[in-house]
Design a protein around this ligand. Structure first.
Ligand SMILES: *Cc1c(COP(=O)(O)O)cnc(C)c1O
Length: 479
């Protein structure tokens, strides 16, 4: 029996892994989830403890991507998770670990997820997605034109994952002159002919509005095979489950031990993968949802009220990848919490989609959150600066602003006897201004990134005009 994927809203036909891989939302507006989570027993965990990253990834992902022949999946995983791809380690880390565990003090660790090509954890899943997309498109003899909007992290991660891939072109919109010099150089220095950087004369919201307008033109979308790699993609969530297992085995010596994970959160994709790892049998005590000033999720986990604030009420902070107005993957967790009741999900999200809020304490469901191990806390700019400084002074380790939010909240929950793993979601090198402010010096930069800003750049500047963008994509689309 192959794994069937169903919509959180309960009104879409069940699909297989490769059927949902290239798509976004389910046709009923929900998100796909596997019908059940595969279970790993104590014996399974014992067997998995000695595995390297690639073996673990196969052990876990073969349960989810079970309509891909095992040997093909193994080959895709083996070419994705290599020390050559995840090479941006600190001098004392082993790139062969892929996600090295960096111990700050006994029981307090960083799980380093940002050693991939763009120095953020999104590479962990996106690199796999690039290889999976190419494989599935090749088999079907199809092409895809990926259209996206970015303010930095996601766009560069997608471009580095899709560069040079057969059957894939990437059209990435970014606000002209608004990204950091480092982020701009990272994206615009790519010379691959299948990557198109479009610098829009406007702000990030203009870019996002253009992508939405194109996606709503169904005829255009179908004609030019427009796709996306957004954070609700199931393949991305599945790939992220692996490093929770890897981190667990690295931080413990026996499967009787429990651990805590602290997760800097925005769209809830990363912590959702942790929730699923726990549902599969990984001994996780607490999953700590750390937010910045945009603390919609912290409000939910403290009160049961989910109240997205809208783009206009979202703060721009020094941990910008967590500046979200609504946490798109959150619906997956609520589906589990609500017993996979599609009708309830539809009613809650119909309120949210109209700008409203729902309160699960009124439904008798909020008490159940504790059974899932989820707790939360919020951080702000002053906390971030202080945590970066403390970590540098105490441990000689430089962390970025997002990881600092995670560590700050982790320390509120840290308890002796339970290892705490803080997910490192980006390297400090990506956020020069914030590091300067915190430490009065420039961030460390991996050797592979030296001189990045001096490389020739390739991009097209365009007006914030849907028709202009559509014409450009039509002209350069793969067909
Ligand atoms: C995307 C991102 C996050 C948030 O992750 P989610 O999966 O959206 O919760 C946190 N930190 C960094 C550096 C990111 O790029």
């Amino acid at each position: 029996m192959v794994m069937r994927y169903i919509s959180t809203r309960g009104n879409a036909p069940a699909q297989t892994f490769t059927q949902i891989l290239l798509g976004g939302l389910a046709p009923d507006g929900g998100l796909y989830l596997p019908e059940t989570y595969p279970q790993f027993s104590a014996n399974d965990l014992t067997r998995m403890r000695g595995m390297n990253y690639r073996e673990l990834a196969f052990e876990i992902l073969s349960r989810y991507a079970d309509d891909i022949p095992a040997e093909d999946l193994r080959a895709i995983i083996n070419k994705t998770y290599t020390a050559e791809v995840y090479c941006n380690t600190r001098p004392d880390e082993n790139a062969e670990d892929i996600t090295p565990l960096h111990t700050l003090e006994p029981g307090l660790h960083l799980l380093c997820l940002s050693n991939g090509p763009t120095l953020a954890f999104k590479d962990m899943a996106m690199q796999l997605l690039g290889n999976l997309f190419e494989y599935v498109l090749d088999k079907a003899g199809q092409n895809i034109n990926i259209l996206g909007a970015t303010s930095g992290d996601t766009g560069s991660s997608a471009e580095y994952a899709m560069r040079g891939k057969r059957g894939i072109r990437v059209f990435m919109l970014s606000p002209h002159g608004k990204m950091s010099r480092f982020q701009t150089a990272q994206m615009f220095s790519l010379q691959d002919p299948n990557i198109f950087n479009i610098a829009i004369e406007g702000v990030f919201d203009d870019c996002q509005d253009i992508v939405k307008a194109v996606s709503n033109d169904h005829a255009y979308k179908a004609q030019y095979k427009i796709g996306a790699v957004n954070s609700i993609n199931w393949g991305r969530v599945a790939a992220q489950i692996v490093y929770y297992f890897k981190g667990y085995f690295a931080a413990t010596h026996s499967n009787d031990q429990q651990v805590n994970f602290s997760v800097p959160s925005g769209n809830f994709g990363n912590v959702c993968a942790g929730h699923i790892a726990r549902m599969m049998g990984l001994p996780i005590k607490h999953l700590i949802v750390a937010t910045n000033e945009n603390d919609v999720l912290d409000e939910f986990f403290k009160t049961g009220v989910y109240r997205p604030r809208g783009a206009a009420n979202t703060y721009h902070t020094s941990s910008p990848s967590m500046d979200i107005s609504k946490a798109s993957n959150f619906e997956r967790f609520v589906a589990d919490l609500g017993g996979r009741d599609g009708e309830k999900l539809r009613s809650w999200w119909s309120v949210v989609d109209q700008g409203g809020a729902f309160d699960l304490s009124q439904e008798g469901l909020f008490e159940k959150v504790a059974d899932y191990g989820l707790v939360s806390g919020a951080s702000n700019h002053a906390h971030r600066m202080e945590t970066i400084r403390d970590t540098w002074e105490k441990y000689g380790v430089m962390i970025d602003t997002h990881t600092a939010d995670g560590l700050k909240v982790a320390l509120e929950y840290h308890e002796p006897g339970t290892p705490m793993l803080c997910l490192e979601t980006a390297l400090a090198a990506k956020f020069e201004d914030a590091i300067h402010e915190a430490l009065g010096r420039a961030p460390e930069r991996p050797a592979s990134m030296e001189g990045l800003e001096r490389l020739p750049q390739r991009f097209d500047v365009m007006a914030a005009d849907v028709e202009v963008v559509k014409r450009f994509v039509a002209l350069h689309a793969a067909s």
